[in-house]
Design a protein around this ligand. Structure first.
Ligand code: GDP
Length: 299
């Protein structure tokens, strides 16, 4: 929790400072509510969440004198309520051999790192894990996955540069099935500048692995970089149109002054948030705890 709290402290400092400025010895009137709404939007919570929180304040506290502390407590409670329904750990069904996780996300979002962290976590739980280096266009991505595989103790299936990602995914699943692996993590390309090609590629991977297991993939996750703020919201919209996402992982919350984006994502999409990234090391992946997050966010 330390790292997440330290990371979110920048988001919190911004928000808390703003709230203190607006509310010290002041009645909750229209002008104060408007200023609070601006603070919430500046904290990346998004216009819808901001409007909802303001509406709530207006109906319960209008005309009363409120302290910054009260405002923060009310905010934390409200944010916690928005986050609670999406906080769901990713459950691996070990009856599937393997449980197939397809990982999507734009380049740089932390996809490969997150796959490595998940692999390590499942290995620690005693599961047999394999990974497929599906970003076949970027040699660096393949090498990076191999490094993570070595660290986590998981075999990485690769293919020559520029080869077909779907056929690699198919090979990897066939090998994982043969080996009796519990989990197969499939990395994918993140070339968002060519959306149509990326969509075709992701859909083809899914089509092809279904030839070996009709129920696969069992999870389709999108990795998002919190530091990109509202861009993360845009990315969910784009990827949702490409594939049926089943959940999100939000990375880089350790150094981000934009933790509020998680609230905007929760409100807008309602997709499960399975975990949050809090650093570059193998253990820096945390379960998403809505109350803890809400409290850390408002400081
Ligand atoms: P990909 O292109 O989506 O596969 O992204 P990578 O996994 O290569 O990650 C891009 C960069 O972000 C790397 O330098 C990672 O070390 C870094 N990174 C990934 N997750 C986190 C995180 O949770 N916190 C921090 N601080 N850095 C991260």
């Amino acid at each position: 929790f330390g790292r997440l709290k330290a990371g979110l402290s920048r988001s919190a400092a911004k928000l808390t400072g703003g709230i203190a400025e607006v509310f010290t010895k002041r009645k909750l009137d229209d002008a104060a509510l408007e200023e609070l709404e601006e603070q919430l939007i500046a904290a990346d919570l998004g216009p819808t969440v901001a409007a909802r929180i303001i509406k709530n304040f207006r109906s319960t506290r209008f005309g009363k004198e409120v302290s910054p502390q009260e405002v923060r407590e009310t905010l934390a409670a409200e944010i916690g309520r928005i986050l609670a329904p999406v906080a769901k750990p990713l459950e691996v069904d070990t009856a599937k051999k393997p449980f197939v996780i397809l990982m999507a996300g734009v380049n740089g979002a932390g996809k490969t790192t997150t796959i490595g962290k998940l692999a390590a976590r499942y290995r620690q739980a005693g599961l047999m894990v394999m990974m497929a280096a599906g970003d076949t266009f970027r040699a660096a991505a393949v090498e990076q996955l191999q490094v993570w595989g070595a660290r986590a103790g998981a075999e990485v299936v690769t293919a020559p540069a520029n080869s077909d990602a779907a056929s690699l995914a198919h090979d990897a699943l066939a090998r994982a099935q043969k080996a009796g692996a519990d989990v197969l993590l499939i990395d994918t390309a993140g070339r968002l500048h060519n959306k149509t090609a990326l969509m075709e590629e992701l859909r083809k991977i899914i089509r092809v692995i279904r030839k070996l297991d009709e129920s696969a993939p069992h999870a389709v996750l999108l990795t998002l970089d919190a530091t990109t703020g509202q861009n993360a919201v845009t990315q969910v919209g784009i990827f949702k149109d490409m594939v049926d996402l089943t959940g999100l992982i939000v990375t880089k919350l350790d150094g981000s002054a934009r933790g509020g984006i998680v609230v905007a994502l929760a409100e807008k999409f309602g997709l499960p948030i399975h975990a949050v990234g809090t650093g570059e090391q193998i253990d820096d992946l945390r379960a998403f705890d809505p109350e803890e997050f809400a409290r850390a966010l408002v400081g």
